[in-house]
Design a protein around this ligand. Structure first.
Ligand code: AHN
Ligand code: ZN
Length: 337
């Protein structure tokens, strides 16, 4: 009872003060300040049709294996789109050495929004596709390149849609969208000669290069988010092991946001496995705390059923998954102050 009287009394005094001052300049400023703290930012609506279209466009070039025409043409398409959406675009063109000595004509594509802004967030995906379907059930398909609707194009498609929206309304912080090349050239499962010992560094060649040679000297970002295989109809995202190790708070931030938005069907608040992916090198070498939103169902076969098979096609891509991931990432970056 006592507490309630004090509470009512306080409200009375505060509102009296407010009304007393509201006609003056001081009072007006005060009320603006107060209300601004409560105003939530307007976050754009992610268009999953648009993201789906960007995936179709990439797949239309065929496999994007380094040193092929499909790769080269798709790279130019991505650069063009990012410029069209108002980003400052730079590329890193470099010969990277694959596990077997093959020289890969690789290209990292980097799109910056508000490049002068010191406070930044980085968003990553790989745009190359795997030269081999070495996880296919049919051995005859092992040497067929992956089409990569999910493995490659999905993350890029979601980020292109985010780029489109970033042009329409600014975030407070600066944003870099980075498409890594040569992620998926890791030693094939069928290659007994090279498949010995530690093969970790045969993956993520483009991200390893960027982490050692960032596009801006001493580049830094508050945190990074990697999107990998974010389009499958049955996608489930668990807390990936290295993400937990290097950027636990970012995992929490993103999964909490996803649940707040109603996407708990996709974002499972349980630990998944450790996955060698581009974010590992960004964490270890560039030392930017970076998470991986990656489809990895620990209770089933692991990655998507179509992973590194000839079935990684548009048929397995679902707009609902793209929407859950895209809207969650948008909410996170637009709320960053
Ligand atoms: C390994 O299989 C070692 N890493 C998976 C990273 C990856 C491949 N992401 C897409 N394709
Ligand atoms: Zn892959």
């Amino acid at each position: 009872m006592m507490n309630r009287i004090i509470a009512v009394g306080l409200v009375g005094v505060l509102s009296a003060l407010f009304f007393a001052c509201s006609g003056s300049k001081v009072g007006k400023n005060k009320s603006v300040e107060l209300s601004q703290e409560n105003i939530s930012v307007t976050v754009p609506k992610f268009n999953a049709d648009s993201a789906y279209h960007f995936i179709e466009q990439q797949v239309s070039f065929g496999p994007r294996v380094p040193n092929t025409r499909g790769h080269q043409e798709c790279g130019l398409y991505l650069e063009e789109k990012l410029k069209e959406y108002g980003a400052t675009v730079v590329t890193q063109e470099v010969d990277l050495v694959a596990y077997d000595g093959t020289l890969l004509k690789a290209k990292n594509i980097i799109a910056s929004y508000q490049p002068e802004q010191k406070k930044r967030v980085a968003l990553f995906a790989h745009w190359d596709t795997r030269p081999w379907s070495d996880n296919d059930s049919d051995e005859k398909n092992y040497r067929t390149p992956v089409l990569g609707a999910n493995d490659g194009a999905s993350g890029v498609g979601v980020l292109l849609e985010i780029a489109r929206l970033l042009q329409q309304s600014q975030t407070t912080i600066g944003v870099d969208i980075i498409f890594f090349d040569a992620e998926d050239y890791g030693v094939p499962q069928f290659d007994t000669k090279y498949n010995r010992g530690d093969t970790e560094n045969t993956w993520g060649l483009g991200s390893q290069y960027w982490a050692k040679n960032p596009h801006v000297p001493s580049y830094n970002a508050r945190f990074g988010i990697l999107l990998d295989m974010v389009g499958d109809k049955d996608a489930l995202f668990y807390y990936e092991g290295y993400s937990q190790k290097f950027a636990k708070n970012i995992n929490k931030k993103v999964w909490d946001k996803a649940h707040e938005l109603g996407f708990q069907r996709y974002f499972i608040k349980e630990n998944g496995g450790y996955i060698t992916d581009d974010h590992l090198f960004v964490n270890q070498i560039a030392r930017i705390p970076t998470i991986d939103i990656i489809h990895n169902n620990i209770h089933a076969s692991g990655f998507a059923k179509s992973w590194h098979t000839v079935d990684d096609t548009m048929e397995n891509i679902e707009r609902n998954t793209l929407h859950a991931v895209g809207q969650t990432v948008l909410e996170v970056i637009y709320n960053e102050k």
